[in-house]
Design a protein around this ligand. Structure first.
Ligand code: NDP
Ligand code: MG
Length: 390
């Protein structure tokens, strides 16, 4: 049986890996691609659509529609553009949807796929971090199936025991490139240095989020909603080799872990073959060559992001949205050399304090409003931290 699939964000890192995973699992004989969406990389979008025989290709940027049309002329692939067209692509009847648009732009299309009851493979973090209850309500409303793609959450999903409630959700973290650096060295880190991740190959922003451990902070909030875990059930342990992708502890003291090479295609192929396990050419672990796996507690002084995530979880309401928007603003300021590496957490902490009590967003418009309010405030906080020009 051919399964219809849609990839939201096909031109990104996760989107490209999803197309590879489709080839692994049978290609055109097993899957029919309903829609692919991208934004700026229209040449790649067109090439992908031709190669996999997609019915529809959508760019989020209306200015690029003529370029997309020209690149796909004679191919039979339908084209469309703009944010509304991306939502409409998500509404088309594909049974399986990869949600891999980065940022808040992923919210509305992913909600749409959930509301119509698709199997949603969720890579986008904002859906849960900024709008957890809202997103889960859409999943329930549509009787959709949610399969996490973030490697940690995929691991937890894979070892969850339906017959026993988890006692502990243990997220592993590589610790990023500055795992063993002193605070003085970290204070002087440049954006170019922060994008170099030791284990995973990812986009620039998520690599810097890994270096500050804000990526793990977001993942703590994702775990809270995905697994309905209480804040004190969620733990983070640094595991430099990134072989154990995460673990779940049960009431009898047993801990189950999922292991694999650090390659996102593993979690994506799992989301595609769930509830089964289809064969893949993923690299096989060689335990004798690995010889050891290390663990240590994260240092709260050098990585305040984890403490801030816990504070956001305990505050509840709109705190996840505030943490995310303040972090994004601080990250952009850091990437533009306007604030230092350690300033990013200071900005987020101040924003969380100033917006304490922000209510949980009840609709998407509330998410966008709180996001905008936080960004404006965080921009001021960044300006206060910026070095005064000579
Ligand atoms: P990329 O930046 O590589 O790709 C993002 C995708 O979103 C691209 O297709 C991009 O199009 C598209 N896009 C960008 N802006 C818009 C917009 N305004 N409207 C619609 N589409 C847009 O990100 P990743 O693939 O790395 O990550 C995707 C999501 O998955 C993120 O939320 C990330 O946090 C999460 N994730 C990623 C992991 C990884 O290993 N990369 C691991 C776990 C989670 P274009 O490129 O054409 O502009
Ligand atoms: Mg992850």
């Amino acid at each position: 049986m051919v399964r219809r699939v849609t990839i939201l964000g096909s031109t990104g890192s996760i989107g490209r890996s999803t197309l590879e995973a489709l080839d692994w699992l049978g290609g055109r004989e097993a899957f029919a691609v309903e829609a692919l969406t991208g934004a700026s990389n229209v040449a790649l979008l067109a090439e992908q659509a031709r190669r996999c025989g997609a019915r529809l290709a959508v760019t989020a940027d209306p200015a690029r529609l003529p370029e997309l049309r020209a690149a796909l002329s004679g191919s039979g692939v339908e084209t469309a553009a703009g944010p509304q067209a991306v939502i409409e692509a998500a509404a088309r009847p594909a049974e399986w949807v990869m949600a891999a648009i980065v940022g808040a732009a992923g919210l509305a299309p992913t909600l749409e796929a959930a509301r119509r009851g698709a199997v949603v493979a969720l890579a986008n973090k904002e859906c849960l971090v900024c709008a957890g209850p809202l997103f889960l309500a859409a999943v329930a409303e549509g009787a959709a199936t949610l399969i996490p793609v973030d490697s940690e959450h995929s691991a937890i999903f894979q070892v969850l025991d339906a017959r026993a409630a988890p006692e502990r959700i243990i997220l592993t973290a590589s610790g990023g490139p500055f795992r063993d650096w002193t605070l003085e060295r970290m204070a002087a880190v440049t954006p170019a240095r922060a994008v170099q991740h030791p284990n995973w190959s990812m986009g620039a922003k998520i690599s810097i989020d890994s270096a500050t451990m804000f990526n793990k902070a977001l993942e703590m909030i994702e775990a809270r909603w995905l697994f309905r875990a209480e804040p004190d059930q969620i733990e983070v342990i640094v595991h430099p080799q990134s072989i154990i992708h995460s673990m779940v502890g049960y009431a009898d003291g047993a801990v189950l872990a999922q292991l694999g090479p650090p390659d996102m295609r593993g979690a994506i192929a799992y989301a595609l073959s769930w509830p089964g396990r289809a064969p893949t050419p993923m690299e096989r672990l060689d335990f004798a060559a690995l010889s050891r796996l290390d663990f240590h507690a994260p240092d709260p002084e050098r990585f305040p992001a984890l403490r801030l995530a816990r504070a956001a979880l305990e505050r509840g309401g709109g705190a996840g949205c505030v943490l995310n928007a303040a972090k994004e603003t601080a990250l952009e300021a850091f990437m533009a050399d306007r604030i230092g590496f350690l300033d990013m957490a200071r900005v987020v902490e101040a924003a969380l304090e100033r917006l304490d009590g922000a209510p949980a967003p009840a609709a998407l418009d509330d998410v966008f409003a709180l996001d905008a309010e936080t960004r404006a405030m965080a921009a001021e906080l960044c300006a206060e931290r910026a070095p005064v020009a000579a």
